[in-house]
Ligand binder design. Structure first.
Ligand SMILES: [Zn+2]
Length: 154
């Protein structure tokens, strides 16, 4: 299966603009909202940040569902065909891939009633100098998938 995700280039640049977001070296985090168009194609339409995370350091960040949830509901009300797609966070100091903890925490979300029985989720990690890596997780495991930044999307 060749899974991919798309995001509008302007949204990506607006949110992950290096000058704006790398001026200090704490990790940042939030969720991705959008549509699952098919089993192989996700469309990211909104980026929500927890601007007041539970803990935040140069090497880790923990978001609060209580902070994120009202923004997610608001987003779904505005775009009823969109939904939670997954998580994002930054690695201002590396590593340039998901950490062991990142993988564990994503896997613990899948099929966990506490998180509403999510069957799959994506994880976007924004690495210093505007590189990024995107993962797809489901109960079988995870794989790295492609993020396409487009000026026009379907
Ligand atoms: Zn991480």
């Amino acid at each position: 299966m060749k899974i991919r995700a798309e995001i509008q280039k302007s949204l990506y640049n607006q949110y992950f603009n290096r000058d704006k977001h790398w001026s200090y070296q704490l990790e940042r985090c939030g969720i991705l909202v959008g549509k699952k168009i098919s089993d192989e194609y996700f469309l990211i339409t909104e980026i929500i940040e927890d601007v007041n995370p539970i803990s935040q350091s140069p090497f880790g960040v923990f978001r609060s569902t209580e902070h994120i949830y009202p923004k997610l509901i608001e987003s779904i009300e505005q775009n009823p065909d969109s939904d939670y797609l997954g998580e994002w966070h930054t690695h201002p100091n590396g590593p340039n891939s998901a950490s062991f903890i990142d993988i564990l925490s994503m896997r613990s979300m899948i099929n966990n009633p506490i998180y509403g029985d999510i069957e799959w989720a994506i994880l976007l990690i924004i690495i210093k100098y505007q590189r990024e890596i995107l993962y797809y997780f489901d109960k079988k495991g995870f794989e790295i998938i492609k993020l396409e930044k487009k000026t026009t999307i379907i």
